[in-house]
Design a protein around this ligand. Sequence first.
Ligand SMILES: *Cc1c(COP(=O)(O)O)cnc(C)c1O
Length: 393
Amino acid sequence: MQATTQLIHSIPVDPLTGAISVPIYQTSTFVQDAPGVNKGYDYARSGNPTRATLESLLATLEGGEVGLAFSSGLAAIDAIAKLLKTGDEIIAVDDIYGGAYRLFTQVYQQFGIKINFVDTSDPANILDAITPQTKLIWLETPTNPTLKISDIEAIGKIAKAHNILFCVDNTFATPALQKPLLLGADIVVHSATKYLGGHSDLIAGAVVTKDKELGARIKFFQNACGNILGPFDSWLVIRGIETLHLRLRQHCTTALEIAQFLQTHPAVDKVYYPGLATHPNHAIAKKQSKGFGGIVTFSLKQDTVEAATGFATSTHLFKLAESLGGIKSLISHPATMTHKTIPADKRQSAGVVDSLLRLSIGLEEAEDLIEDLQAALDGVLAQSAKNLSTAAA
Ligand SMILES: *Cc1c(COP(=O)(O)O)cnc(C)c1O
């Protein structure tokens, strides 16, 4: 049986009523027959049947042993960071998600945990940064927003050889395209807010571990710290996952068409999409993933904040918003939105130039999205011609 069929049918029919949809157990506590004698649940922070269905689905999806659902992606990342102790070091991907950067540098650094950022697209940089204190390697691939790809299998071998935990934030690729646990990672983390939820209607996080004992340690933090996902949001994520493979297939097809279109437009400078043969890490992307994802990033020849914001506010189908991975296409301008707190020189040397724009390709028809982009790009050209003639006059 194909994995997708198996996945859909791994969600159980309710044994009590035959309900084909998972019941939402909106309860805080569970009645006990005698002290400590219960039906598997006692208090809903420690365990809830709706959340438990999601958690076992997450484990199946990523090919791991233990799945855990959290109140946000950052809560999930936080639960993993709690595995560390004072004096430990993290090696992390240099263009890490901004919220993870803030958590590691402004929260965990004050507890004496050191963090070292390296360009992980060359695994040798990780090898160089390892010290006896290194306890965790933190990877995102593809990265945000320039979609750099790192070789999960090669980094997994380095981590194993040095006995270092290896965690991959799989939010951008999703398990429909890439399964880090099968390539040597110990932990996968998600912002389920994005593709797993898939409909831009909730905030949620997920952790999956390859190994039972490691999963139990993180589950301990989930219960001890209390940042669990509620039953209704758990149900929404289950519903999202039911169409994950279908959605990703469409996101990938449309994203490639859009990346190819952008390459042909005279207002566009660089196009970043791992599915393009011109992408510097195309070969690794092709080796380790089944598809290249739904995010396309590009810059304008007129590399100014004004040109980029002019473009981003003139599209109609692409809505200007942070986040990604939903049904509706979104556009964001990293230099003034997600990456605005990073100093300009540091931001630009990471490729996040003033005119860089990130598209989250939704599920609209490609031809409509291309028409929307075409009109907005023609507008950029018209505006720059106007600027030139005003300057000449
Ligand atoms: C959004 C995001 C997060 C944080 O998730 P929240 O659900 O917003 O807390 C972490 N990693 C990546 C790659 C993200 O895109």
